[in-house]
Each structure stands twice: as C-alpha cells, then as structure tokens.
Design a protein around this ligand. Structure first.
Ligand code: SAM
Length: 312
C-alpha cells in the first residue's frame, strides 16, 4: 500500500486538536516533532533509549506528521483536514505558521517512521510505558509496566495530557473502585486504572478503530478480566455510581458532558479531566463547579492542564 505523509508546521497549543483532526480523517500513527523534546534534559536511570536526530525537528513551532493511505479520496481528505485546522482559529487556538506539506512514502518507511520516536519511558512514580516491540527490564520491583502498541489510535501514553491523567489516577484510584475512561484511545488509562487496583473499568470510545486497539492492549496487559471495552458516545447509557470518571479529551467536549459526569460520579467520587489547553482552564473549571464538583487540584505540564474534581 502507498502512504502519503502529511506534515503540518503549527504552534504548541494546536498539536492535540490537530492530532485529533488527523485521527478523525483516518490517519495512522501521528508523530509530533517538538524541538522542546530535543533540548529536554533526560533522566536515563530508568532505561529509556533516546535516538533523536536534530535534523527531524523544526527551528520554530512544532511539526505534526501523519500518514494517510493513498486512494482516490486523498485530495478531499487533505482539503477537509486543512479546513478543520483553519477552523481552530474560531476557538482561539493559535495555529502558528500553519504550513501544510504532502509527500509520498512507501510502506516500509511508514512502518518505522513513527516508532523511532517511541521508547520505554517512566511517566510517573509507579508507571513505565513500554512499546510492545522494545525489550525492557524493570528497574524496581514495584514498578508498574504498561505495554502498548497504539497502532492507529491516540495514546502512546507519553503525551503530557495522558501523563497527567495517569499521575492523577495514581493518587485517586482505590482498591475495588469502578472507573470509567471516556475516550480510551489505545486503552492506556484503563490499563493504568486496572493495574492500580480498580475492580471494574469501562473503556469507552466513539471510534471503532480505537475500541479494537484498546481491546488488544488491555488483553496484552492482562486487564481484560476487570475491563469492558465498548464503542460509546461520551457517558451515554453509563450507570451512575462510578468512583472515578477520567477523560483526556478536548475542552469543548468536556464542557458538553460535564453535567452528565456530575450525575455518573458518586458523591465523594472524582472526575479527572485532561486535554485542556491553558486558555480553556477557567471555562472547564467553571463548568465542573456548575455540575456539582469541587476543584481539588489542577496539574499542569507544558501548555496543558488537568483538573481533579471531587463530587460534592
Ligand atoms: C486525546 S485521545 C485520548 C486517548 C487516551 N485516553 C489517552 O489519554 O492517551 C481522545 C480520544 O477520545 C475519543 N473521543 C472523541 N470524541 C468522543 C466521544 N464523543 N465519545 C467517546 N470518545 C470520544 C477519540 O476517538 C480519542 O480516542
């Protein structure tokens, strides 16, 4: 199969929405080339392997790359992607230089292109994310490993929005909890919840591809006995009384289902909301307060925030 590489030079705050646009357009394996990654101080005592080439990174802004299969609709798909990116301005999202380029790659190139950016990485006190194709020996006996192949779904586990969710879950999940993961993507947050002792996890995603990928990853991590995976829009039809609802999704989407989360989460339970760019923080906090939550903690990493809210 032939693949076309679409490359978008953009600003930091547009990376997540553009990644979503690309996924929705059927793209596989989104790669983010952020010069911040190149200059970041790395701790290497956890066995991570970094092989980053400066030539791959832009001098200014962030490059988001994805791979689209070459078919007769490619022209339309690219136009739709461009239009959706331009529309981000309506949400006050900075799209930077917004330079879009297209080139063709062969299958072999595409299969390895994004994997070279993805290595074992310790992302919280307890968790290390390990790509399924990497060898990794745990450094500590109490280290929790999540093995992942995100395939065509969002969720390598290493994006700041995901990392903050895992850190929040680490602080919030108690043995025997019921956890609902809205927009599970690769299933990474559901796996984390199960490994932290949740006895019932619901992994939900609107995207059928994500549901299939999540199912595989959940099995790979032996979390299938406590986790059900299904295609579902937000919290539609989800039973009340959840101990925790976690969602790493666009702020506009969080606003849409905040009230419903207020009904599904039991009093004293928690809503962990991530995927929020700094300028949208107050809007999300306000919606959560109106839905009956008290803001317990706001985590931030790079340009992103995650909110831990407790149901009154
Ligand atoms: C940013 S990804 C998060 C993936 C993963 N939970 C993580 O933290 O890495 C957001 C996910 O939400 C899903 N999604 C978007 N809209 C949704 C909706 N209305 N209902 C359920 N899932 C949705 C997308 O398909 C995507 O997999």
């Amino acid at each position: 199969m032939k693949w076309s590489e679409i490359s978008i030079l953009t600003a930091n705050e547009a990376v997540e929405p553009i990644s979503n646009i690309l996924h929705e357009a059927g793209a596989s394996g989104v790669v983010i080339e952020d010069p911040f990654e190149l200059h970041k101080e790395r701790e290497d005592q956890f066995g991570e392997i970094y092989q980053l080439d400066p030539a791959d990174y832009p001098a200014e802004g962030v490059i988001v790359k994805a791979y689209l299969s070459v078919n007769s609709f490619l022209g339309e798909t690219v136009e739709e992607i461009k239009e959706a990116i331009n529309n981000l301005i309506l949400y006050n999202i900075d799209i930077g230089k917004n330079k879009v380029t297209i080139s063709e790659v062969n299958e072999e190139e595409w299969a390895t292109a994004w994997k070279k950016y993805y290595n074992p990485v310790k992302i919280s006190e307890k968790f290390t994310i390990v790509p399924t194709w990497e060898e990794y020996t745990p450094v500590n006996s109490d280290e929790l490993i999540i093995e992942l192949d995100p395939g065509m779904a969002f969720g390598t586990g290493t994006h700041p929005t995901t990392v903050m969710c895992i850190q929040a879950l680490e602080r919030s999940v108690r043995q025997g909890d019921r956890v609902v993961d809205v927009g599970t993507g690769s299933g990474v947050l559901s796996i984390a919840a199960a490994k932290l002792g949740a006895s019932k996890v619901e992994a939900l995603d609107l995207d059928e591809v994500a549901v299939n990928v999540a199912r595989l990853n959940i099995k790979l991590n032996k979390a299938q006995n406590v986790t059900t995976v299904r295609q579902n829009n937000l919290l539609d039809g989800v039973e009340d009384g959840a101990d925790i609802v976690v969602a790493n999704i666009l702020p506009e989407v969080i606003l849409r289902f905040a009230d419903e989360a207020g009904k599904v989460v039991r009093p004293g339970g928690k809503f962990i909301a991530s995927g929020i760019i700094q300028p949208k923080k107050e809007l999300v906090k306000e919606a959560l307060i109106n839905a009956g939550f008290v803001i317990e903690e706001v985590l931030s990493m790079e340009d992103w925030v995650a909110v831990i809210a407790a149901r009154k």
